[in-house]
Every structure is written in structure tokens, then in C-alpha cells.
Write a protein that binds this ligand. Structure first.
Ligand SMILES: [Ca+2]
Ligand SMILES: [Ca+2]
Ligand SMILES: [Ca+2]
Ligand SMILES: [Ca+2]
Length: 371
């Protein structure tokens, strides 16, 4: 179900831009290539030095120094860098949590290292996973204290196996911009908000392009089983499917928007996400929970999302609250559910704010009203 990149468009843009970029480039940059799939960081890991791990490659990118691990292949002076991953599963095993220095637990992308791309061979062939024994107790990737505008690009790989007691089960972005290109974030859990990805207040932007966010879970008040965002967010040619938000009052099975979130969804699918309350409070927003901010959804489908549990339940597809504005254009909202005796608004639940429907198909959504 993964969408493919539009290579024609990309090649066209590159053909126009390649000369100006080449002459303007001044910062150094390197491609750093790990040569083992296992996890280690020399000087902090007591094991034998087996070669260049992903974690060691990232520490080189962070510090712009090859001193941390001379075994890493680095093709020029580090600056704005690319870590090039091969086919296979890179398994994180240097255990720890609450570390933001890339020493243990999650992989930490640090401000002073400049721009970074982590590039695989494809979402179906390259993955970053975590060890099962002992059970991993951290997310996978953490963008920490990045300077404003500093981009992190995750391309052509899968992020899976994150499990944190905090926010952002797969990826947590505190600052800078985060872009996923032809990537997949699947099977991550946060006992906080943002099961797959959390783009927090302070980060610049989140872009999910030709990518899939699926089968992630959140367990906290604002939810966002797949994604929580507080920022400028672009979701294009992507799928947000089968994610799960659980809490006393569950919100946003697929996506939760908070703070000044400004979301644009184009040519995408938001499907089969669930917000499930464990208490009596009504679950809301099986697909999308708009706590605040705005969302524009074009040429997309919101279907098969559901709210479960609670004494009542509402907004199977979308819950609109606060001062949110939601605009749905040339899109379909169908087969979302808020069923059983307390169910209302299987489709869109407008509590406060504005909903604009332009050439939108809203029905059928089982249970009471569609809006
Ligand atoms: Ca090593
Ligand atoms: Ca760097
Ligand atoms: Ca961290
Ligand atoms: Ca860490």
C-alpha cells in the first residue's frame, strides 16, 4: 500500500536546480556508511568493536568528527550528512532511556551536526528495529535540540519497534523539520501522545510524503495513535492506517492536532484507525482529532475509522474542537463508525470551530448522523 515517489517530478526539479545548487554549496557534507547491522557505540558499549554501527555513524554526523569510530566509511569531511543504510534490519540494543546524547536507547539527532538524511534501500528492504530481549524501553529516533530549520530526512526505510513511556513511540521531534519520504513507521507504542510520530511544539514542520504510518499506538489524553502534531504538517500521497489511541477518554486514533497545527492532507488515505476509551468518557475522532489548529484535506479518503468504548461515543471520522477549522475538498468520508446505544456522529463531530465541505462526500457513516 506504500505510495511510490513521483520520480518524474523529482527528476524534473533536479534537472532545473542542479547547477545553482552545485555552485552555491559551501558547507561540507559526507556520506557515512555503516558496515554492521548490530548496535554499538565504542567507549560506552563494553562489547567488542565489531565495526561501524548506525549509532556510530550518527555520532559522526552529530559531531562532524570521525574520531568516534574510524571503522566507519566516510567519503569526505562531515557537515550536512547522509547516513547510507543497506538492505537489512538494523537492530538497536544499547539499552537506556531519557538519553539525548545518542549514547543509549533512542538514536539522537543533535543540533550542531547540521542537516541529516538517513537513507535506506526501500521501506520493504531496510528497517531500523529494536531488540526484543531485554524488552526495548525507548523510542527509535529522536530529533533533539536541532537549530530552527535544520532538516532531518528519513527516506526509503522502515522505523519499527519503538516503545516509550513518553511521547513519540517511533520518532519524537522537538525542533527543526522532519521529513519522511517513501518511508514507513509501523508497530511503535507511546505511553504518551503520538504513537508513531510526535512533532512537538518547538519543532518547525513535519512532512509525510509517499509514506505509510500504520499499526502504532498511543496511551495518553491527546492521543494520536499514528501522529500527534503541533506544527505545519504536510501529508501527501500517504496512508495513515490501523493506528490506535487508548485512554480514559481516547482521542485521535489516526492523527491528533494540537497547539497551532496547520495540516494539509492531499491524495492520501486515513483509514481503519481507532480511538478507544477505557473509562466512561466518550472517545472522539477515530480518524482525526482537531484539538486546535487547522486542517485542509483534498482528494483524499477518510474511511473505516471508529470510536469504541465509553458510555457514549462520537466523531468516528473527525472530531473538531477548540477554534479548529477543517476544510474537506473533493474527498470522501465514509463507513466510519460511532456505534452502539451511545453513538452519535459516525462521520464528523463539530463541537466548536468551523467545518467547510467543498465537493465532499459524507456518507454513509453508521450510527445516528453523519455530521
Ligand atoms: Ca564500532
Ligand atoms: Ca553532520
Ligand atoms: Ca533521546
Ligand atoms: Ca538516546
Amino acid at each position: 500500500m506504500l505510495f511510490r515517489p513521483r520520480l518524474g517530478l523529482i527528476l524534473g526539479i533536479c534537472a532545473i536546480c542542479v547547477c545553482p545548487l552545485a555552485t552555491a554549496a559551501s558547507a561540507t557534507a559526507a556520506t557515512i556508511t555503516p558496515n554492521i547491522l548490530t548496535d554499538e557505540l565504542d567507549n560506552t558499549n563494553t562489547g567488542t568493536d565489531l565495526g561501524c554501527s548506525l549509532r556510530e555513524a550518527l555520532s559522526i554526523a552529530n559531531t562532524d568528527s570521525t574520531a568516534v569510530e574510524p571503522a566507519c566509511a566516510v567519503d569526505s569531511a562531515p557537515g550536512d550528512d547522509t547516513i547510507s543504510l543497506g538492505t537489512g534490519t538494523y537492530v538497536l540494543s544499547v539499552a537506556g532511556s531519557n538519553d539525548d546524547a545518542n549514547a543509549t536507547g533512542d538514536l539522537d539527532v543533535i543540533a550542531s551536526g547540521g542537516d541529516l538524511t538517513i537513507d535506506g534501500t526501500g521501506a520493504g528492504t531496510t528497517s531500523i528495529d529494536t531488540t526484543d530481549s531485554p524488552a526495548w524501553a525507548d523510542r527509535v529516533l529522536n530529533q533533539v535540540s536541532a537549530a530552527s530549520g535544520t532538516p532531518l530526512v528519513v527516506r526509503e526505510l522502515t522505523i519499527t519497534g519503538g516503545n516509550t513511556g513518553n511521547f513519540g513511540g517511533g520518532i519524537l521531534a522537538h525542533a527543526g523539520s522532519l521529513t519522511l519520504e517513501s518511508a514507513r513507521v509501523t508497530g511503535n507504542a507511546a505511553f504518551g501522545n503520538g504513537g508513531g510520530i510526535d512533532s512537538r511544539t518547538g519543532a518547525d514542520s513535519l512532512s509525510i510524503l509517499d509514506s505509510q504510518i500504520d499499526s502504532n499506538s498511543s496511551t495518553l489524553g491527546d492521543g494520536g495513535g499514528g501522529v500527534q502534531t503541533a506544527n505545519l504538517t504536510t501529508i501527501d500521497s500517504s496512508s495513515i492506517i490501523g493506528n490506535h489511541a487508548t485512554y480514559n477518554q481516547a482521542l485521535g486514533g489516526g492523527i491528533t492536532a494540537v497547539d497551532v497545527a496547520d495540516i494539509t492532507v492531499t491524495d492520501s488515505l486515513i483509514a481503519n484507525n481507532v480511538a478507544q476509551s477505557t473509562g466512561s468518557a466518550a472517545p472522539r475522532g477515530g480518524g482525526i482529532n482537531m484539538k486546535s489548529g487547522s486542517a485542509t484535506i483534498r482528494n483524499s479518503t477518510i474511511s473505516g475509522n471508529e470510536v469504541l468504548g465509553g458510555a457514549s461515543r462520537t466523531g468516528g471520522a473527525v472530531r473538531v474542537a477548540g477554534a479548529s477549522t477543517v476544510t474537506i475538498v473533493n474527498s470522501t468520508v465514509s463507513d466510519n463508525k460511532a456505534e452502539l446505544s451511545g453513538g452519535t456522529a459516525g462521520g464528523i463531530r463539530l463541537e466548536a470551530g468551523t467545518v467547510n465541505l467543498v465537493h465532499a462526500t459524507i456518507a454513509p457513516n453508521p450510527s445516528g448522523r453523519s455530521v
